[in-house]
Design a binder for this molecule. Structure first.
Ligand code: MIG
Length: 682
C-alpha cells in the first residue's frame, strides 16, 4: 500500500512516473491508527518523526557515507562536490530521499522534493528518525509492505525503470585524470592487450578537450579524432569522454555563442548571465530545467556521437563552482583589509574561511535562476535536480539521435528519478581501505533508489594506492556493473600493469569476463523487474537477526554472496553464512576450488591473490570461457556451477546488448541443470 500526503505546492521533480500507484491520498495523519501510523508523527513546518525500536534498521538514502544501516548519523540531501567522503560528511553528490525502516513493522518513506532535507537518523535522539525539509512544499509518500523487498520494489516501480547500459559497458574500463594524448591512450591499450589483461574502455578526462571546452577535441593531442575512435574500435576499445556542466565563456566558441544567443544559460536576478569559474575559467551554466535548453544541450553530444563515440560521463554537475566573479572580488577586498594587520585568531581563521568559502558557496547558488515550466525559480530551490537534469538532457538526446542503440552514460551528480537517465559513479573517493568498505556499503543503498549501473573508482581516486589495496579492490570490483579503475592527477599510476604481481591481477580480471553471463543476466533481470542487483543479507533473510548486522557482505543477484576482504594484511576473514553455501576459491593458477560451508560464523582463509565467493543452495552460476573484451565472450556456451541435489533451474537473460528491445521474452531461457555441467544455452 502506498499513501501520499501533499504539503503546500511542490516544485515538480519528475521523480515519480506512476503517481496512480499511490492509491490512498491523505490530508494528514490525524486520526490514523495501526501499522506504520503508530510509528510516524508529523509536526508541520517542523519535522516528520519516526520512532525507532532498538532493533529497527534504517536502509536507503542512496549515495551517503557510513553503513548499510544508516542509524546513528545525520545525512543531508544537498548535492555537493565533496571529495571528502569521511565519517562526518553529511552529503555527497546525490540526493536520494528514500528510506525503509525495517523491524517489527516495515515501512518506507519517500520525500518528493527538490530542496534541502536533513535526515537525522538517530543522531539527536537515538530512537528517533527526524526528517526536516527546508520548506514544506513537497509530496510525502509512505509505503507499507510485508517485506523490505516489496517496499523497495513498489518504490522502484513508482519511479520508473532504471537506465540500462550497453553490454560492452560491463567490461573493464581504464581511466586516469588524464591521458593527455592519443599516443598515451594507444600505450594504455597496448599494455593491456600484450599482457592479456581484458579491457573494453578507456576514459578521456578533461584534457582531451580544447581548453576544457565541452564538445571540442584538442586537435594537437588527438589529431583526426574520428579516425582514432575507429582505430580503437578495431581493437574493441570504446573511448568514453567526460562532459562538464560548465560551458566556457569565450567569444567565438560556438556552443557558448549559440547558447547565449538563444538565452539558454542560467541568469541572475537582473537577467544578466550568471558567470562562475570552473576548469575553463569563467563559465556559464546551461539551464537544464528549460525544455528547449535541455534539448539544445543534449544535441551537442551529437558532435561526439558522430565521430563514433558511444559513451560519456557527466561531471561537475552539482554544479561544482570554484568561485563566482562577484564573490572573488569581495574576497579580494576583504583580504586587502587584513594587509599589514597583526592578525589575531579570529582574523586569521576568518581570512582562511574567506578563501575556502569561495567554492560551492550557498550564496552563489542563491544568486541565479532557472526558467522551469514557465516559472522563474531560484537555483537553490531545485539545486539537487541540476545534475539529474543534465543527465536527462543527454539521455533524451540519445533517444532522439540514436533510438536503436544504447549509449553509455553515467553521471557524478544525481537525484531520485535520474536513475532512469544514466548510472552514477561514486565520486572522488580515496585510496583507503575504508573507502573500499564504503564502496561495498553504498552499492545496495544506491540499488534501492534505482541506481543499478554504478561503481566506485577502483583503487581509489585521490591519494596513492598500494598494490594490495588495488588487488583487493579488484576482487570486489569484478562484481560491480560499472568496473572502472580511475585515479587523480598527481597520484601514483594504478593501471594494473604497473604492479609487480601482474599474474594475480590478470587472474582476477579474467574471472570478471568469465562471470559476465551471470552478471549481465542478473543485472538485466533486476533492472527489468525493478529489483536490486546488490542486496544486503538482511533483505533476503529478514528472520535472521544476525544477517541484519552484516555490513561487509552482499548478495549479488539470486545465486551469489560475496564477502570481500577489506582489511590490509588480512589473509582471510570471518564470514557469516545465513544458510549452508558452497564456497569457491579462485586459486592463483586460475582454478576454482570449492567446498561446502555450514551456516553460521566461519573463518575463511583468502590470501591476497585469492578471490572467494559463495553459491547459494538450490542455485546455479553460469560461467563463460572468458575473453579479452566483452565482444569476445561467448554467452552461449556455458559452464554451469551448481549447489544442491536434484534439478536446478536458472533463468538466463541474454540479448544483443545493444538494442533497446529489453522486454522481448525470447531473451529469457531457462537452464535446467543437474550437477555442474557444460551446456549450450538455447
Ligand atoms: O575537480 O575532471 O570526480 O573523476 O577525474 C575535479 C577531473 C574534476 C572530478 C571527477 C573526477 C575527474 C576530475 N573531476
Amino acid at each position: 500500500m502506498i499513501y501520499r500526503i501533499r504539503f503546500g505546492a511542490m516544485i515538480e521533480t519528475d521523480a515519480v512516473m506512476r503517481p496512480e500507484m499511490a492509491a490512498k491520498l491523505l490530508q494528514g495523519l490525524d486520526g490514523k491508527k495501526g501499522g506504520l501510523f503508530d510509528c510516524i508523527q508529523i509536526r508541520k513546518e517542523e519535522a516528520i518523526y519516526c520512532r525507532l525500536d532498538r532493533k529497527d534498521a534504517v536502509y536507503g538514502l542512496g549515495e551517503q557515507v557510513r553503513g548499510i544501516n544508516k542509524r546513528g548519523w545525520i545525512y543531508n540531501s544537498d548535492n555537493s562536490d565533496n571529495p571528502h567522503h569521511h565519517e562526518d560528511t553529511t552529503s555527497l553528490y546525490g540526493s536520494h530521499n528514500f528510506l525503509v525502516i525495517a523491524g517489527e513493522k516495515n515501512y518506507g518513506i519517500f520525500l518528493d522534493y527538490a530542496g534541502k532535507v536533513a535526515f537525522d537518523v538517530g543522531y539527536t535522539e537515538q530512537d528517533m528518525l527526524l526528517i526536516r525539509p527546508e520548506d514544506w512544499n513537497f509530496d510525502l509518500y509512505l509505503f507499507e509492505g510485508d517485506s523490505v523487498k516489496e517496499i523497495v520494489r513498489d518504490f522502484r516501480r513508482m519511479t520508473g525503470r532504471c537506465y540500462i547500459p550497453p553490454k560492452w559497458a560491463f567490461g573493464y574500463g581504464q581511466s586516469r585524470w588524464s591521458y593527455y594524448s592519443a599516443d598515451e591512450v594507444r600505450q594504455i591499450v597496448k599494455k593491456h592487450r600484450e599482457n592479456n589483461l581484458p579491457l573494453d574502455a578507456v576514459y578521456l578526462d578533461i584534457d582531451y578537450m580544447d581548453n576544457y571546452k565541452d564538445f571540442t577535441v584538442n586537435g594537437e593531442a588527438f589529431p583526426e579524432f574520428a579516425e582514432f575512435v575507429r582505430e580503437m574500435k578495431r581493437q574493441h576499445i570504446h573511448l568514453v569522454p567526460i562532459i562538464d556542466a560548465g560551458i566556457k565563456k569565450e567569444d567565438g566558441y560556438s556552443v557558448y555563442e549559440e547558447g547565449k544567443e538563444k538565452g539558454y544559460f542560467c541568469k541572475k536576478e537582473d537577467g544578466s548571465e550568471f558567470v562562475a569559474a570552473v576548469w575553463p575559467g569563467h563559465a556559464v551554466f546551461p539551464d537544464f530545467f528549460h525544455e528547449e535548453a535541455r534539448e539544445w544541450f543534449g544535441n551537442q553530444y551529437d558532435y561526439l556521437l558522430k565521430q563514433g563515440i558511444d559513451g560519456f560521463w557527466n561531471d561537475m554537475n552539482e554544479p561544482a563552482i570554484f568561485y563566482s566573479e562577484e564573490r572573488l572580488l569581495q574576497v579580494f577586498e576583504k583580504l586587502e583589509s587584513f594587509k599589514g594587520k597583526n592578525l589575531g585568531m579570529d582574523d586569521y581563521f576568518g581570512m582562511l574561511d574567506l578563501v575556502n568559502g569561495l567554492s560551492n558557496n550557498r550564496e552563489d547558488y542563491e544568486s541565479f535562476y532557472h526558467d522551469y515550466r514557465g516559472r522563474k525559480i531560484r537555483h537553490d530551490k531545485v539545486h539537487n535536480l541540476f545534475g539529474a537534469f543534465m543527465t536527462r538532457a543527454a539521455s533524451e538526446a540519445f533517444e532522439r539521435l540514436q533510438p536503436e542503440k544504447r549509449i553509455l552514460m553515467f553521471s557524478r551528480s544525481s537525484a531520485t528519478g535520474a536513475h532512469r537517465y544514466g548510472g552514477i559513479w561514486q565520486g572522488d573517493n580515496k585510496s583507503w581501505w575504508s573507502h573500499l568498505r564504503l564502496n561495498i556499503r553504498m552499492c545496495p543503498s544506491l540499488n534501492m533508489c534505482g541506481f543499478l549501473y554504478t561503481g566506485a573508482d577502483l583503487g581509489g581516486f585521490g591519494s596513492n594506492t598500494t598494490e594490495d589495496l588495488m588487488l583487493r579492490w579488484m576482487e570486489f570490483g569484478i562484481f560491480t556493473p560499472l568496473m572502472r579503475n580511475h585515479s587523480a592527477a598527481g597520484t601514483r599510476c594504478q593501471e594494473i600493469y604497473q604492479f609487480k604481481n601482474l599474474d594475480a591481477f590478470r587472474n582476477i580480471l579474467q574471472f570478471r569476463y568469465r562471470l559476465l553471463p551471470y552478471l549481465y543476466s542478473e543485472f538485466m533481470k533486476a533492472a527489468l523487474a525493478d529489483e536490486m542487483y546488490f542486496q544486503p543479507l538482511a533483505f533476503e533473510y529478514p528472520e535472521d537477526d544476525m544477517a541484519s548486522q552484516v555490513e561487509d557482505q552482499l548478495l549479488v543477484g539470486e545465486s551469489l554472496m560475496i564477502a570481500p576482504v577489506c582489511e590490509q594484511n588480512a589473509r582471510g576473514r570471518y564470514v557469516y553464512l545465513p544458510e549452508e553455501m558452497k564456497m569457491y576459491r579462485l586459486k592463483q593458477n586460475g582454478e576454482l576450488e570449492s567446498g561446502i560451508l555450514s551456516a553460521g560464523h566461519q573463518y575463511v582463509a583468502a590470501e591476497l591473490e585469492e578471490l572467494i565467493f559463495f553459491l547459494r543452495k538450490g542455485h546455479a552460476l553460469p560461467l563463460a570461457a572468458g575473453g579479452n573484451c566483452v565482444e569476445e565472450v561467448d554467452f552461449d556456451h556455458l559452464t554451469v556451477l551448481t549447489f544442491g541435489d536434484g534439478e536446478i533451474s536458472y533463468r538466463y537473460y541474454r540479448d544483443d546488448g545493444e538494442s533497446r528491445d529489453y522486454d522481448n521474452p525470447d531473451h529469457i531461457s531457462v537452464l535446467h541443470v543437474k550437477g555442474d555441467c557444460e551446456m549450450t544455452a538455447e
